[in-house]
Ligand binder design. Structure first.
Ligand code: CP
Length: 326
């Protein structure tokens, strides 16, 4: 468990962010640097509160509908834990096949139903754009917990919060993203968000068929952030401050033969990491399969389990913000 330190962030409440009350969170494009700094401040306070008292009543009486059309361990359970740590409660729909979706109920009708019972809806759905459709249908806030290969906008704030807590800065960083950069919605959101910081350099390392989408690179380029693509990690690992490893996602491939060609393309292990800096961090959105060896887990640079814990505090902050309590 990370240790609690004095806050490097703005004090809780000392910012404009009643602005998030009642808002949907659909895309990472909604977050400017000031928003992130505010989220980090609230998340840091949440961390301190959890460490001191465990659970407290900031959202007592509020209900979250957790609507998941795709599998999830971390996102679903961290939103549940976040709501319960804040004294609220949760309607869990983790298997839509047991809901009226299996009878053909549409997404707009499903969210209109859930908002009759809940104050906020967290949605994961396999189709890109589904969160925006749900938000249009709903009067209550909708939080996108992953829409197909589109975005996962609550992840990028937690990934950047992890970097802040681990390395103490988001400016002056070389970040290398590795693996499935085509289908990996987490890296799409993270690249967009990191482009809002100064003196950031982004390296993309992937097999040729899994390169970072051109539209993401074009958006990042608009902010004059240097970007470079590679197929091998070797050249860029020694300069890397944050290595963001992703799983090659079997479930996203139309042709299984393509998956077989690239599934074991990169493996991070203690031997590979000898070439990396001593002060750097390895992140992974998890779940992993073979791309990070378990032999590396005890290395202090392996931040991916701490990253999950930071996700709890960021999701507590986001729930409190959209429900008008932060
Ligand atoms: N990385 C991530 O979002 O994890 P889950 O799919 O388990 O939610």
């Amino acid at each position: 468990m990370p240790t609690q330190s004095s806050s490097p962030y703005l004090p809780f409440g000392e910012n404009k962010h009643a602005a998030w009350y009642g808002k949907d969170i659909i895309s990472v494009k909604q977050f400017e640097r000031a928003d992130l700094e505010y989220i980090f401040g609230v998340a840091h306070e949440m961390r301190g509160m959890v460490e001191r008292v465990g659970t407290f009543d900031l959202l007592k009486g509020k209900i979250l509908a957790n609507l998941f059309y795709e599998p999830s361990t971390r996102t679903s359970s961290s939103f549940t834990a976040a709501m319960e740590r804040l004294g609220g409660s949760v309607i869990p729909i983790n298997e839509v096949k047991y809901s009226s979706v299996s009878k053909g109920e549409s997404l707009p009708d499903t969210v209109r139903t859930l908002e009759c019972y809940a104050d906020v809806i967290v949605l994961r759905h396999p189709e890109t754009g589904s969160a925006a459709i749900a938000a249009k249908a709903a009067r209550k806030p909708v939080i996108n917990a992953g829409d197909g290969v589109g975005e996962h906008p609550t992840r990028a704030p937690l990934d950047t919060f992890t970097v802040m807590e681990e390395l103490g800065r988001l400016d002056n960083l070389t970040v290398t993203m590795l693996g499935d950069l085509k289908y990996g919605r987490t890296v799409h959101s993270l690249a967009r968000l990191l482009s809002k910081f100064s003196n950031v350099k982004l390296n993309y390392v992937s097999p040729d068929i899994l390169r970072m989408p051109k539209e993401v690179m074009a958006e990042v380029a608009e902010r004059n952030i240097p970007q470079a693509e590679y197929t091998s990690l070797e050249k860029v690992l020694p300069e890397t401050d944050v290595l963001y490893v992703t799983r090659v996602q079997k479930e996203r491939f139309e042709d299984p033969a393509d998956y077989e060609k690239v599934k074991g393309a990169y493996v991070i292990d203690p031997d590979v990491m000898k070439a990396a800096k001593k002060e750097m961090a390895v992140l992974h959105p998890l779940p992993r399969v073979t791309e990070i060896s378990v032999d590396f887990d005890d290395d202090p640079r392996a931040a991916y389990f701490r990253q999950m814990e930071y996700g709890l505090y960021v999701r507590m902050a986001l729930l409190a913000m959209v429900l008008g309590k932060a």
